[in-house]
Design a protein around this ligand. Structure first.
Ligand code: FMN
Ligand code: SF4
Ligand code: SF4
Ligand code: SF4
Length: 919
């Protein structure tokens, strides 16, 4: 039995973990730590605890501490020990600050995310009693000198395998050592900036300043909990070996940004009133390249600046110093840099879940990159496990503010390349000699060990954990994931646990859901409604309607739209069960009409980690329909933007007015699936099937598909045509619409129907006859016309407009080539139901038809002229002059007029349709 409790719900933490600790008393079993470790960091799901000897595998990144809402998980505090060292007059306490601390620390004191507080931070450390305050950015420059030199050697002389991975993230290094030890030779041998800073402080700096290295207490102030592990690696004692001082560590302690803030508070230091202070000389100055180390992509960008100079002998021009393609928050970004004719292909990944994809490519020989930066924490070290918890969980808005602050600082610095730093140049001249020298190798480089034994006999596994129970707060809708402890209160509205309703999604899994597998990793999570009488308050749906939503279970999970409010519970159950405890990573909203978006707010609340992916207009509508203002959760997309979810690449294609102005569709280029929003939909519930080829679609559903098209998007033919033009450039193997069946066979046939409909070309040659008759006389004239047409082999379809819903007749008008409208005159106008039908038809932009009218009137027949007038602004409507006017009832002598109309119709029909036109 495991000594660790609730491991299905929380990550287990070993007592001797050097980076993080858990306070059991504060744990509310919310499951957040488990989710982040399994889904983003991925370590949690890649090993079996029992196989690992009940000793949890951990790369010490601290992301679990970052998401823990109660301070149950924190970093292992070291500041009390440093505090004691300061009190010891025999010790020389040196602080070294990492780039990201200066853009995070201010948040602990109420400043806006990303506020640059370097001067106050240095002053704060001095006020705590520092003997020296140095800038780890200096060693970031040093790291670049060594790492870029190594890269150039690998690329030009094949000294070691490509791609070269960066080494400055100790959590990433430990991940490779544990799960992919065979790839260790790909990791740069250059130590991280803190590793280099430690060794250099206790050698070069101690010598310069005349300090006995044995007296130095070297403290790294970092955003990173993994550094607490790194400084304790056995080999991080280069200065000890150099001076022959047994037991001495290069860096003695690591305190995080949060620890520094806590210490300052405890000591009553008023952060805001501190006067800016500057770093000490020697190892206190850095270039802009060192500054951006804190950002995802920063290390790679800094290395490229120097590698370019090493290869070409000159610096990148100012406009090429910023490597824009890698400056965003996509999981994996890449660029190619031309270095004197040699293209160097670089990539950046943040989050181990993203890095793992690249690893798989390296193993399978598919990796095309030469140099890859990997940072465990999203956003890079600015999002490190020891940064202030300004928001829980941290949003990209906060991350971006910190990232921007570092980029701003870099762009305003006169010195932007590591190799241009006079201090670095002088240090090489007087101490290290050159990058890769024997001394540099001893102090600045390292090697990596195989930790795969930590996984036990099972090795690496891919384990899914059982989802924790979820409860919904009845008053406010807040969803709590995990056990409700005795004194639990709702963090949103404050009610007690008694007001939570037991939606135990996790525990009920498999009992109350109905989903359909579309492909290996795509699941339909929609629902049917057969009770609905009138759809969108106007269209009859005698066969019900389906609301489709799809869940992609890639390395990232993606939900495509939601459903109507009427089937909300079924849908939420389906999503929950299908996720099976995984986090929802992305929520794509293609169309904001409430029959697809009614559950948007609930999804956002229930899956707080999900990023909302939509276009600008959609976001506007979301804000109009709901109270939503958390832009930090939004990833805005525009035409051509893509989303990489692991195996799948989703492309967003804007389709304005393919019902509403904000509509977009999504193309999955991996499986060639078009998520077509309202396009290619159909009325009718699904009745157990999901694919159109499972039913006799032409016979049982085509009329419903036409009726759906006509009424939903019929008015917007040119917009549908524009979308079809875009779609024709894509290879489409499957269409997943928001209503009706999924298409995987005979797509061409259905698409050709759309081509007819959107260009308003008739689908069939024949006659639609609609009549309005109070006492049956007008109806009889229509019957006689239909009968005589049939006698001549012409297809007909008849409707009583007072009985059949207008939406059905509009749909039939889109099908047939010839339209006959027969109506009584009614209070000197057209009969009401006929009038409504004609208005609706014209509003749907009907075109390219041959139209006839039959009017009736007892004292002043007038309706025929009015009927034809309705079409005067419609395009390409032909009116053969054959209007029949009846006074009260059709007389025998008028049969010739009926026959004349029959012939006029036949004169405009091909022989194949009972007409007289050849061909
Ligand atoms: C309420 C009502 C209003 C009518 N208004 C007119 C009218 O304004 N002008 C006219 O010529 N006939 C009018 N009619 C007669 C009809 O146009 C038509 O000739 C008669 O209802 C017989 O045709 P049916 O059997 O198809 O209903 C009206 C009939 C009804 C029931
Ligand atoms: S520190 Fe990182 S790897 Fe370790 S348990 Fe926490 S999230 Fe997982
Ligand atoms: S409170 Fe939540 S995040 Fe924190 S330790 Fe407990 S289960 Fe993990
Ligand atoms: S990304 Fe930075 S903060 Fe996060 S684990 Fe790696 S080095 Fe530490």
């Amino acid at each position: 039995m495991s000594k660790h409790k609730f491991t299905d719900l929380r990550i287990p933490i070993e007592e001797n973990n050097p980076a993080i600790v858990r306070n059991e008393d504060l744990c509310i079993k919310c499951g957040a730590c488990r989710r982040v470790c399994d889904s983003e960091v991925v370590v949690g799901k890649l090993y079996d605890l029992q196989s690992a000897g009940d000793c949890p595998v951990c790369i010490n990144c601290g992301q679990c501490a970052n998401v823990c809402p109660t301070e149950s998980i924190t970093e292992r505090y070291e500041y009390p020990i440093v505090k004691k060292a300061i009190m010891d007059s025999d010790k020389v306490v040196i602080f070294n600050t990492s780039p990201s601390v200066r853009v995070g620390l201010g948040e602990s004191f109420g400043l806006e995310p990303g506020t640059f507080v370097e001067g106050k931070m240095v002053a704060a450390l001095r006020s705590l009693g520092a003997n020296y305050v140095l800038d780890t950015n200096f060693s970031a420059d040093l790291t670049i000198m060594e790492e870029a030199t190594e890269l150039v050697e690998r690329v030009t002389k094949n000294t070691a395998p490509l791609p070269q991975f960066t080494s400055c993230c100790p959590a990433w290094v430990k991940f490779v050592e544990t799960f992919y030890p065979d790839l260790r030779s790909h990791i740069s041998s250059a130590k991280s900036p803190i590793g280099m800073q430690g060794a250099t402080v206790k050698t070069y700096f101690a010598k310069q300043m005349g300090i006995d290295p044995a007296k130095i207490v070297n403290v790294a102030v970092t955003p990173c909990t993994a550094k607490k592990f790194e400084i304790r690696r056995e080999e991080m004692n280069a200065a000890s070996k150099e001076h022959n001082i047994p037991g001495m560590r290069d860096t003695d302690h690591v305190i995080t940004t949060r620890e520094l803030a806590k210490w300052l508070e405890e000591d009553g230091i008023d952060f805001h009133s501190l006067q800016d202070s500057a770093y000490d000389k020697f190892m206190g100055e850095a270039s802009g390249a060192g500054v951006i180390f804190g950002n995802t992509g920063g290390v790679m960008e800094a290395a490229v600046r120097t590698a370019y100079s090493l290869v070409t002998g000159q610096n990148l021009t100012d406009n090429r110093l910023n490597l824009q393609p890698v400056r965003n928050m996509d999981g994996i970004r890449s660029a190619t840099v031309d270095m004197a004719g040699t293209p160097v292909r670089v990539a950046v990944a943040h989050g181990i879940s993203n890095a793992k994809k690249i690893i798989e490519d390296v193993i399978s020989g598919k990796c095309e990159y030469d140099f890859i930066e990997v940072m465990t924490c999203r956003g890079g070290c600015i999002g490190g496990g020891g940064q202030p918890k300004t928001e829980v969980p941290m949003s990209d808005k906060v991350r971006k503010a910190r990232i921007d602050a570092l980029y701003d600082k870099d762009s305003n610095m006169p010195l932007r390349c590591s190799h241009d730093s006079p201090e670095i140049q002088s240090m090489y001249k007087t101490f290290y000699e050159r990058p890769g020298s024997a001394l540099a190798e001893r102090l600045l480089h390292t090697n990596y060990i195989d930790r795969s034994d930590d996984l036990g006999p099972e090795g690496m596994v891919d384990r899914s954990f059982v989802a924790p129970p979820k409860y919904r707060c009845a008053p406010c809708g807040y969803i709590h994931i995990g056990v409700l402890s005795e004194h639990f209160t709702c963090p949103v509205c404050g009610v007690s646990k008694d007001d939570f309703v037991g939606r135990k999604f996790g525990s009920k899994r498999g009992t109350m859901h109905c989903t359909k597998k579309i492909t290996e990793d795509l699941v339909w999570v929609g629902a049917n409604d057969r009770r609905l009488g009138i759809f969108e308050s106007v269209y009859s749906v005698p066969n019900g309607v389906s609301y489709n939503s799809y869940l992609l279970l890639d390395e990232k999970t993606v939900l495509m739209d939601t459903v109507d409010r009427s089937v909300q519970d079924k849908f939420l159950e389906n999503v929950d069960v299908t996720l099976a405890g995984r986090t929802l990573d992305y929520f794509v909203v293609q169309h904001m009409e409430p029959d697809h978006s009614a559950v948007t707010k609930q999804v956002l609340m229930q899956y707080p980690e999900a990023t909302l992916v939509c276009n600008e207009k959609t976001l506007q509508y979301i804000k109009q329909f709901f109270d939503f203002d958390d832009d930090s959760r939004v990833q805005l997309v525009k035409e051509g933007d893509t989303l990489n979810t692991g195996k799948h690449l989703l492309h967003f294609v804007m389709a304005p007015m393919v019902h509403w102005p904000e509509v977009m569709v999504t193309y999955d280029s991996t499986d060639k699936i078009l998520f077509s929003a309202d396009g290619f939909g159909c009325f009718g519930a699904l009745n157990g099937a999901i694919f159109a080829d499972e039913v006799d679609f032409a016979k049982d559903y085509m009329d419903e598909a036409r009726r759906y098209y006509t009424n939903i998007v019929g008015k917007y033919g040119p917009d549908v045509e524009a979308l079809l033009a875009k779609a024709s450039t894509l290879e489409i193997k499957m269409i997943c619409p928001l209503h009706g069946f999924v298409w995987r066979k005979d797509l061409g046939d259905f698409i050709s129907k759309y081509v007819h409909w959107c260009t308003y070309e008739p689908e069939e040659q024949g006659v639609m006859i609609a009549y309005a008759s109070v006492y049956g006389n007008t109806e009889q004239a229509a019957e006689i016309l239909a009968s005589r047409l049939r006698d001549k082999g012409v297809k007909t379809q008849m409707f009583d407009v007072s009985f059949t819903a207008g939406s059905d007749i509009v749909s039939a008008c889109f099908k047939w080539s010839h339209l006959v409208f027969a109506s009584t005159t009614y209070n000197s106008g057209i009969f009401v139901t006929m009038d409504a039908l004609l208005n609706d038809l014209v509003a749907h932009n009907i075109q390219n038809r041959t139209v006839f009218a039959i009017e009736n009137g007892t004292w002043s027949p007038f309706s025929g002229e009015l009927i034809l007038k309705k079409f005067e602004n419609c395009e390409n409507i032909r009116f053969p002059k054959n209007m029949i006017s009846i006074t009260s009832s059709l007389k025998r002598e008028q049969l010739s007029e009926i026959d004349a109309m029959v012939e006029a119709i036949r004169d405009t029909l091909p022989t194949s349709a009972g007409g007289t036109i050849s061909g």
